[in-house]
Design a protein around this ligand. Structure first.
Ligand SMILES: Cc1cc2nc3c(=O)[nH]c(=O)nc-3n(C[C@H](O)[C@H](O)[C@H](O)COP(=O)(O)O)c2cc1C
Length: 390
Protein backbone atom coordinates (compact mmCIF):
# COMPACT_ATOMS: atom_id res chain seq x y z
CA UNK A 1 0.00 0.00 0.00
CA UNK A 2 1.37 3.39 -1.01
CA UNK A 3 1.33 5.74 1.98
CA UNK A 4 2.57 9.27 2.30
CA UNK A 5 2.45 12.29 4.54
CA UNK A 6 4.12 15.65 4.96
CA UNK A 7 5.42 17.81 7.83
CA UNK A 8 6.84 21.29 8.21
CA UNK A 9 5.84 24.89 8.83
CA UNK A 10 5.84 27.55 6.13
CA UNK A 11 8.58 29.57 7.88
CA UNK A 12 10.21 26.67 9.73
CA UNK A 13 13.62 25.24 8.88
CA UNK A 14 12.40 22.74 6.29
CA UNK A 15 9.52 20.73 4.88
CA UNK A 16 9.70 16.97 5.16
CA UNK A 17 7.88 14.37 3.06
CA UNK A 18 7.54 10.60 3.54
CA UNK A 19 6.54 7.94 1.03
CA UNK A 20 6.44 4.20 1.60
CA UNK A 21 5.21 1.26 -0.44
CA UNK A 22 7.04 1.80 -3.74
CA UNK A 23 8.78 -1.24 -5.25
CA UNK A 24 12.57 -1.46 -5.25
CA UNK A 25 14.47 -0.69 -8.46
CA UNK A 26 12.71 2.49 -9.60
CA UNK A 27 15.23 4.92 -11.07
CA UNK A 28 15.06 8.33 -9.34
CA UNK A 29 15.91 11.33 -11.47
CA UNK A 30 16.80 14.28 -9.21
CA UNK A 31 16.50 16.76 -12.11
CA UNK A 32 12.93 15.62 -12.71
CA UNK A 33 12.00 16.18 -9.04
CA UNK A 34 13.57 19.64 -8.99
CA UNK A 35 11.94 20.59 -12.28
CA UNK A 36 8.49 19.89 -10.79
CA UNK A 37 9.41 21.88 -7.68
CA UNK A 38 10.41 24.73 -9.98
CA UNK A 39 7.15 24.44 -11.94
CA UNK A 40 5.17 24.75 -8.67
CA UNK A 41 6.95 28.04 -7.96
CA UNK A 42 6.12 29.59 -11.34
CA UNK A 43 3.17 31.52 -12.74
CA UNK A 44 2.14 35.09 -13.34
CA UNK A 45 0.82 36.66 -10.13
CA UNK A 46 3.07 34.95 -7.59
CA UNK A 47 4.36 36.90 -4.58
CA UNK A 48 7.80 37.75 -3.17
CA UNK A 49 8.22 34.38 -1.41
CA UNK A 50 8.83 32.65 -4.74
CA UNK A 51 11.80 34.93 -5.35
CA UNK A 52 13.41 33.84 -2.07
CA UNK A 53 12.87 30.09 -2.42
CA UNK A 54 14.49 27.90 -5.08
CA UNK A 55 13.34 24.50 -3.97
CA UNK A 56 15.35 21.34 -4.24
CA UNK A 57 14.45 17.87 -2.97
CA UNK A 58 17.11 16.54 -0.62
CA UNK A 59 16.48 12.79 -0.43
CA UNK A 60 17.45 11.40 2.99
CA UNK A 61 16.44 7.74 2.75
CA UNK A 62 14.93 4.99 0.63
CA UNK A 63 17.05 5.70 -2.45
CA UNK A 64 20.59 4.36 -2.95
CA UNK A 65 22.75 4.49 -6.07
CA UNK A 66 19.92 6.31 -7.87
CA UNK A 67 17.28 3.61 -7.25
CA UNK A 68 14.49 3.02 -4.73
CA UNK A 69 15.34 0.14 -2.37
CA UNK A 70 11.83 -0.62 -1.07
CA UNK A 71 12.45 1.23 2.22
CA UNK A 72 10.47 4.37 3.15
CA UNK A 73 11.60 7.44 1.22
CA UNK A 74 12.08 10.65 3.18
CA UNK A 75 12.78 14.02 1.58
CA UNK A 76 13.79 17.34 3.07
CA UNK A 77 13.13 20.64 1.31
CA UNK A 78 14.86 23.58 2.98
CA UNK A 79 13.00 26.83 3.55
CA UNK A 80 15.49 29.48 2.53
CA UNK A 81 13.36 32.08 4.31
CA UNK A 82 14.18 30.31 7.63
CA UNK A 83 17.18 32.56 8.21
CA UNK A 84 14.73 35.48 8.55
CA UNK A 85 12.51 33.56 11.00
CA UNK A 86 14.93 31.74 13.30
CA UNK A 87 14.34 34.18 16.14
CA UNK A 88 10.62 34.74 15.67
CA UNK A 89 9.65 31.08 15.15
CA UNK A 90 12.22 29.06 17.13
CA UNK A 91 11.77 25.45 18.19
CA UNK A 92 13.01 26.40 21.66
CA UNK A 93 11.13 28.85 23.88
CA UNK A 94 12.97 31.84 22.44
CA UNK A 95 12.25 35.48 23.19
CA UNK A 96 8.47 36.13 23.24
CA UNK A 97 9.09 39.77 22.22
CA UNK A 98 10.42 38.55 18.88
CA UNK A 99 7.38 36.39 18.00
CA UNK A 100 5.45 37.66 14.96
CA UNK A 101 1.78 37.55 15.94
CA UNK A 102 -1.00 37.43 13.37
CA UNK A 103 -3.17 39.86 15.28
CA UNK A 104 -6.40 39.57 13.30
CA UNK A 105 -7.73 36.50 11.45
CA UNK A 106 -7.85 36.80 7.65
CA UNK A 107 -11.22 35.85 6.08
CA UNK A 108 -10.84 32.84 3.77
CA UNK A 109 -7.87 31.46 5.71
CA UNK A 110 -7.78 28.84 8.46
CA UNK A 111 -6.78 31.61 10.93
CA UNK A 112 -9.94 31.91 13.01
CA UNK A 113 -11.17 28.30 12.80
CA UNK A 114 -7.65 27.02 13.60
CA UNK A 115 -7.08 29.42 16.52
CA UNK A 116 -10.43 28.42 18.06
CA UNK A 117 -9.76 24.71 17.50
CA UNK A 118 -6.24 24.63 18.98
CA UNK A 119 -6.89 27.35 21.58
CA UNK A 120 -4.16 29.67 20.26
CA UNK A 121 -4.45 33.35 21.27
CA UNK A 122 -3.55 34.42 17.70
CA UNK A 123 -3.08 32.73 14.30
CA UNK A 124 0.69 32.42 13.74
CA UNK A 125 0.89 28.65 14.27
CA UNK A 126 -2.29 28.12 12.23
CA UNK A 127 -1.11 29.81 9.07
CA UNK A 128 2.33 28.23 9.37
CA UNK A 129 0.83 24.82 8.67
CA UNK A 130 -2.34 25.71 6.74
CA UNK A 131 -0.24 27.60 4.17
CA UNK A 132 0.09 26.10 0.70
CA UNK A 133 3.88 26.09 1.11
CA UNK A 134 3.04 22.54 2.27
CA UNK A 135 2.22 21.58 -1.33
CA UNK A 136 5.98 21.73 -2.03
CA UNK A 137 6.38 18.49 -0.06
CA UNK A 138 3.50 16.89 -1.97
CA UNK A 139 5.05 17.92 -5.29
CA UNK A 140 8.34 16.20 -4.35
CA UNK A 141 6.43 12.98 -3.59
CA UNK A 142 4.23 13.37 -6.64
CA UNK A 143 7.31 13.60 -8.87
CA UNK A 144 8.42 10.19 -7.58
CA UNK A 145 4.93 8.81 -8.24
CA UNK A 146 5.18 10.22 -11.79
CA UNK A 147 8.52 8.47 -12.32
CA UNK A 148 6.83 5.22 -11.28
CA UNK A 149 3.86 5.82 -13.59
CA UNK A 150 6.20 6.64 -16.49
CA UNK A 151 7.57 3.10 -16.24
CA UNK A 152 4.02 1.98 -17.07
CA UNK A 153 3.81 4.53 -19.90
CA UNK A 154 1.49 6.91 -17.99
CA UNK A 155 2.11 10.70 -18.03
CA UNK A 156 0.42 13.26 -15.80
CA UNK A 157 0.35 17.00 -16.58
CA UNK A 158 -1.93 20.00 -16.07
CA UNK A 159 -3.02 23.15 -17.84
CA UNK A 160 -5.08 26.17 -16.91
CA UNK A 161 -8.66 26.35 -18.17
CA UNK A 162 -9.85 29.52 -16.42
CA UNK A 163 -8.34 32.57 -14.74
CA UNK A 164 -10.90 34.99 -13.37
CA UNK A 165 -13.48 35.58 -16.10
CA UNK A 166 -11.36 34.18 -19.00
CA UNK A 167 -11.81 30.53 -20.01
CA UNK A 168 -10.67 28.11 -22.71
CA UNK A 169 -13.90 26.67 -24.09
CA UNK A 170 -13.14 23.31 -25.72
CA UNK A 171 -11.49 20.18 -24.31
CA UNK A 172 -7.75 20.66 -24.90
CA UNK A 173 -6.11 17.55 -26.44
CA UNK A 174 -3.08 15.92 -24.80
CA UNK A 175 -0.87 16.91 -27.76
CA UNK A 176 -1.39 20.60 -26.86
CA UNK A 177 -0.86 20.08 -23.13
CA UNK A 178 2.35 18.05 -23.39
CA UNK A 179 4.56 20.89 -24.85
CA UNK A 180 3.69 23.21 -21.92
CA UNK A 181 6.02 21.12 -19.73
CA UNK A 182 9.12 22.09 -21.73
CA UNK A 183 8.55 25.85 -21.78
CA UNK A 184 11.38 27.77 -20.09
CA UNK A 185 8.95 30.27 -18.62
CA UNK A 186 5.48 29.71 -17.14
CA UNK A 187 2.97 32.50 -17.50
CA UNK A 188 -0.48 30.99 -16.90
CA UNK A 189 0.22 27.50 -18.24
CA UNK A 190 -2.60 27.86 -20.75
CA UNK A 191 -2.48 25.90 -24.02
CA UNK A 192 -4.19 28.73 -25.93
CA UNK A 193 -1.83 31.72 -26.38
CA UNK A 194 -4.64 34.27 -26.96
CA UNK A 195 -6.57 33.15 -23.90
CA UNK A 196 -3.34 33.21 -21.87
CA UNK A 197 -2.80 36.85 -22.80
CA UNK A 198 -6.32 37.71 -21.67
CA UNK A 199 -5.74 35.72 -18.44
CA UNK A 200 -2.61 37.80 -17.82
CA UNK A 201 -4.76 40.94 -18.12
CA UNK A 202 -7.10 39.51 -15.46
CA UNK A 203 -4.11 39.17 -13.13
CA UNK A 204 -2.86 42.69 -14.00
CA UNK A 205 -6.30 44.03 -13.11
CA UNK A 206 -6.27 42.53 -9.59
CA UNK A 207 -2.64 43.57 -9.11
CA UNK A 208 -3.72 47.15 -9.85
CA UNK A 209 -6.74 47.06 -7.54
CA UNK A 210 -5.25 45.17 -4.58
CA UNK A 211 -7.62 42.26 -5.20
CA UNK A 212 -7.02 38.57 -6.06
CA UNK A 213 -8.29 36.04 -8.58
CA UNK A 214 -9.13 32.31 -8.76
CA UNK A 215 -9.70 29.92 -11.65
CA UNK A 216 -9.78 26.36 -12.88
CA UNK A 217 -6.96 23.95 -13.71
CA UNK A 218 -7.27 20.57 -15.39
CA UNK A 219 -5.01 17.60 -14.70
CA UNK A 220 -4.76 15.06 -17.52
CA UNK A 221 -3.37 11.55 -17.05
CA UNK A 222 -2.47 10.13 -20.43
CA UNK A 223 -2.21 6.47 -21.42
CA UNK A 224 -3.86 5.07 -18.28
CA UNK A 225 -4.93 1.44 -18.78
CA UNK A 226 -8.57 0.49 -18.22
CA UNK A 227 -9.12 -1.17 -14.85
CA UNK A 228 -7.65 1.13 -12.17
CA UNK A 229 -10.03 1.62 -9.23
CA UNK A 230 -13.22 -0.36 -8.72
CA UNK A 231 -16.98 0.01 -8.31
CA UNK A 232 -16.89 -2.92 -5.86
CA UNK A 233 -16.55 -0.73 -2.77
CA UNK A 234 -17.39 2.96 -2.28
CA UNK A 235 -13.99 3.97 -0.99
CA UNK A 236 -12.10 2.20 -3.78
CA UNK A 237 -13.72 4.12 -6.63
CA UNK A 238 -11.09 5.99 -8.66
CA UNK A 239 -13.29 9.09 -9.11
CA UNK A 240 -13.83 9.30 -5.34
CA UNK A 241 -10.12 8.88 -4.60
CA UNK A 242 -9.15 11.55 -7.13
CA UNK A 243 -11.81 13.97 -5.92
CA UNK A 244 -10.59 13.64 -2.34
CA UNK A 245 -6.93 13.97 -3.34
CA UNK A 246 -7.48 17.13 -5.41
CA UNK A 247 -9.98 18.66 -2.97
CA UNK A 248 -7.36 18.31 -0.21
CA UNK A 249 -5.34 21.08 -1.87
CA UNK A 250 -5.51 24.54 -0.32
CA UNK A 251 -8.05 26.83 -2.03
CA UNK A 252 -9.64 24.07 -4.18
CA UNK A 253 -13.37 24.38 -3.56
CA UNK A 254 -14.81 22.03 -6.20
CA UNK A 255 -13.57 19.09 -8.25
CA UNK A 256 -14.96 17.91 -11.56
CA UNK A 257 -14.28 14.66 -13.40
CA UNK A 258 -14.46 15.04 -17.20
CA UNK A 259 -17.38 17.27 -18.19
CA UNK A 260 -19.21 16.50 -14.96
CA UNK A 261 -20.60 19.98 -14.34
CA UNK A 262 -21.92 20.62 -17.87
CA UNK A 263 -23.24 17.03 -17.96
CA UNK A 264 -25.66 17.81 -15.15
CA UNK A 265 -27.40 20.34 -17.41
CA UNK A 266 -27.42 18.31 -20.68
CA UNK A 267 -29.51 15.36 -21.96
CA UNK A 268 -27.89 11.91 -21.78
CA UNK A 269 -27.71 11.61 -25.56
CA UNK A 270 -25.22 14.51 -25.61
CA UNK A 271 -23.17 13.38 -22.63
CA UNK A 272 -22.31 9.69 -22.74
CA UNK A 273 -19.32 8.63 -24.83
CA UNK A 274 -20.55 6.25 -27.55
CA UNK A 275 -18.50 3.07 -27.98
CA UNK A 276 -16.93 1.81 -31.21
CA UNK A 277 -14.34 -0.80 -32.11
CA UNK A 278 -11.94 0.96 -34.43
CA UNK A 279 -9.00 2.13 -32.26
CA UNK A 280 -5.59 1.50 -33.81
CA UNK A 281 -3.62 2.52 -30.71
CA UNK A 282 -4.23 2.17 -26.98
CA UNK A 283 -4.79 -0.83 -24.76
CA UNK A 284 -7.72 -2.30 -26.76
CA UNK A 285 -9.51 -1.66 -30.06
CA UNK A 286 -12.52 -0.19 -28.21
CA UNK A 287 -12.91 3.47 -29.13
CA UNK A 288 -14.99 6.42 -27.93
CA UNK A 289 -16.70 9.25 -29.81
CA UNK A 290 -15.52 11.72 -27.13
CA UNK A 291 -14.40 11.73 -23.52
CA UNK A 292 -17.02 13.52 -21.43
CA UNK A 293 -16.60 10.89 -18.71
CA UNK A 294 -13.02 12.05 -18.14
CA UNK A 295 -11.68 8.50 -18.49
CA UNK A 296 -13.65 7.00 -15.59
CA UNK A 297 -16.92 5.06 -15.62
CA UNK A 298 -18.29 3.33 -12.51
CA UNK A 299 -15.22 4.36 -10.52
CA UNK A 300 -12.95 2.44 -12.92
CA UNK A 301 -10.52 3.90 -15.49
CA UNK A 302 -11.84 3.09 -18.97
CA UNK A 303 -8.68 3.59 -21.06
CA UNK A 304 -9.36 7.21 -22.11
CA UNK A 305 -7.34 10.14 -20.75
CA UNK A 306 -8.28 10.84 -17.14
CA UNK A 307 -9.36 14.48 -16.74
CA UNK A 308 -9.80 16.08 -13.33
CA UNK A 309 -10.54 19.77 -12.84
CA UNK A 310 -10.00 21.76 -9.68
CA UNK A 311 -11.88 25.00 -9.03
CA UNK A 312 -9.85 27.50 -7.01
CA UNK A 313 -11.35 30.30 -4.99
CA UNK A 314 -9.56 33.67 -5.32
CA UNK A 315 -6.56 34.06 -2.99
CA UNK A 316 -7.74 35.07 0.48
CA UNK A 317 -4.95 37.50 1.43
CA UNK A 318 -5.73 40.90 -0.05
CA UNK A 319 -3.53 43.99 -0.23
CA UNK A 320 -6.77 45.87 0.45
CA UNK A 321 -7.65 43.69 3.45
CA UNK A 322 -11.20 42.68 4.33
CA UNK A 323 -12.87 43.38 7.63
CA UNK A 324 -11.88 41.35 10.69
CA UNK A 325 -11.59 41.57 14.48
CA UNK A 326 -8.48 42.01 16.62
CA UNK A 327 -7.77 38.79 18.56
CA UNK A 328 -6.86 40.74 21.75
CA UNK A 329 -9.22 43.71 21.84
CA UNK A 330 -12.11 42.17 19.81
CA UNK A 331 -12.38 45.57 18.15
CA UNK A 332 -13.07 45.76 14.39
CA UNK A 333 -9.85 46.04 12.34
CA UNK A 334 -8.64 45.28 8.84
CA UNK A 335 -7.39 41.68 8.46
CA UNK A 336 -3.65 41.11 8.88
CA UNK A 337 -1.59 41.12 5.69
CA UNK A 338 1.22 38.62 5.02
CA UNK A 339 3.18 38.69 1.77
CA UNK A 340 1.01 36.88 -0.77
CA UNK A 341 0.38 35.64 -4.29
CA UNK A 342 -2.59 37.11 -6.18
CA UNK A 343 -3.03 34.20 -8.64
CA UNK A 344 -1.88 30.58 -8.16
CA UNK A 345 -3.90 28.63 -10.72
CA UNK A 346 -0.86 27.20 -12.63
CA UNK A 347 0.95 26.30 -9.38
CA UNK A 348 -2.16 24.65 -7.96
CA UNK A 349 -2.33 22.63 -11.19
CA UNK A 350 1.19 21.31 -10.57
CA UNK A 351 0.29 20.41 -6.97
CA UNK A 352 -2.83 18.65 -8.29
CA UNK A 353 -0.74 16.69 -10.80
CA UNK A 354 1.11 15.32 -7.77
CA UNK A 355 -2.08 14.31 -6.00
CA UNK A 356 -3.41 12.64 -9.16
CA UNK A 357 -0.07 10.86 -9.74
CA UNK A 358 0.07 9.60 -6.14
CA UNK A 359 -3.52 8.35 -6.41
CA UNK A 360 -2.93 6.57 -9.73
CA UNK A 361 0.34 5.08 -8.44
CA UNK A 362 -1.53 3.74 -5.41
CA UNK A 363 -4.26 2.18 -7.59
CA UNK A 364 -1.69 0.76 -10.04
CA UNK A 365 0.24 -0.83 -7.17
CA UNK A 366 -2.96 -2.25 -5.73
CA UNK A 367 -3.72 -3.82 -9.12
CA UNK A 368 -0.26 -4.96 -10.21
CA UNK A 369 1.57 -5.36 -6.87
CA UNK A 370 5.25 -6.23 -6.84
CA UNK A 371 8.17 -5.65 -4.47
CA UNK A 372 10.57 -4.89 -7.31
CA UNK A 373 9.98 -2.95 -10.52
CA UNK A 374 10.73 -6.09 -12.50
CA UNK A 375 7.91 -7.90 -10.74
CA UNK A 376 5.50 -4.93 -11.09
CA UNK A 377 6.28 -4.50 -14.78
CA UNK A 378 5.93 -8.24 -15.44
CA UNK A 379 2.47 -8.18 -13.87
CA UNK A 380 1.58 -4.99 -15.77
CA UNK A 381 2.69 -6.39 -19.13
CA UNK A 382 0.78 -9.61 -18.46
CA UNK A 383 -2.35 -7.52 -17.90
CA UNK A 384 -1.73 -5.51 -21.10
CA UNK A 385 -1.45 -8.81 -22.98
CA UNK A 386 -4.75 -9.92 -21.45
CA UNK A 387 -6.38 -6.67 -22.64
CA UNK A 388 -5.01 -7.13 -26.17
CA UNK A 389 -6.43 -10.66 -26.28
CA UNK A 390 -9.79 -9.69 -24.80
C1 LIG B 1 0.03 26.79 -4.77
C2 LIG B 1 -0.81 27.62 -3.83
C3 LIG B 1 -0.31 28.83 -3.35
C4 LIG B 1 -1.09 29.62 -2.49
N1 LIG B 1 -0.59 30.83 -2.09
C5 LIG B 1 -1.37 31.64 -1.33
C6 LIG B 1 -0.91 32.94 -0.97
O1 LIG B 1 0.19 33.38 -1.30
N2 LIG B 1 -1.75 33.71 -0.22
C7 LIG B 1 -2.99 33.28 0.18
O2 LIG B 1 -3.70 34.02 0.84
N3 LIG B 1 -3.44 32.05 -0.13
C8 LIG B 1 -2.66 31.21 -0.87
N4 LIG B 1 -3.13 29.98 -1.22
C9 LIG B 1 -4.43 29.51 -0.71
C10 LIG B 1 -4.46 29.30 0.79
O3 LIG B 1 -3.41 28.46 1.21
C11 LIG B 1 -5.81 28.73 1.24
O4 LIG B 1 -6.86 29.45 0.69
C12 LIG B 1 -5.94 28.79 2.77
O5 LIG B 1 -4.93 27.99 3.36
C13 LIG B 1 -7.30 28.34 3.29
O6 LIG B 1 -7.59 27.04 2.88
P1 LIG B 1 -8.88 26.73 2.00
O7 LIG B 1 -8.91 27.77 0.92
O8 LIG B 1 -8.64 25.36 1.45
O9 LIG B 1 -10.07 26.81 2.88
C14 LIG B 1 -2.37 29.17 -2.08
C15 LIG B 1 -2.87 27.94 -2.56
C16 LIG B 1 -2.10 27.18 -3.43
C17 LIG B 1 -2.67 25.88 -3.94
Amino acid sequence: MLRYFTAGESHGEALVAFLSGLPAGLKIDQTFLDRDLWRRQQGYGRGGRMKIERDTAHILSGVRHGMTIGSPISIEIANRDWKNWEESLPVSEGDPDKHKRVASPRPGHADLAGALKYNFPEARYVLERASARETTARVALGAIAKLFLRELGIDVLSHVVTTGSVSVSNQVPWEKIRPLYDLPEVLLNCADADAEQRMKEEVDKVLRTGDSVGGVFEVVAHNVPPGLGTYAQWDERLDALLASAVMSLQAVKAVEIGSGVAAAFAPGSQVHDEIGYSATSGFTAFSRAHNNAGGIEGGVSNGEDIRVRGYLKPISTLRRPLQSVDFSTREPVKAAYERSDVCVVPAAGVAAESMVALTLARCALEKFGGDSMIETLRNFMGYCEQLKNY
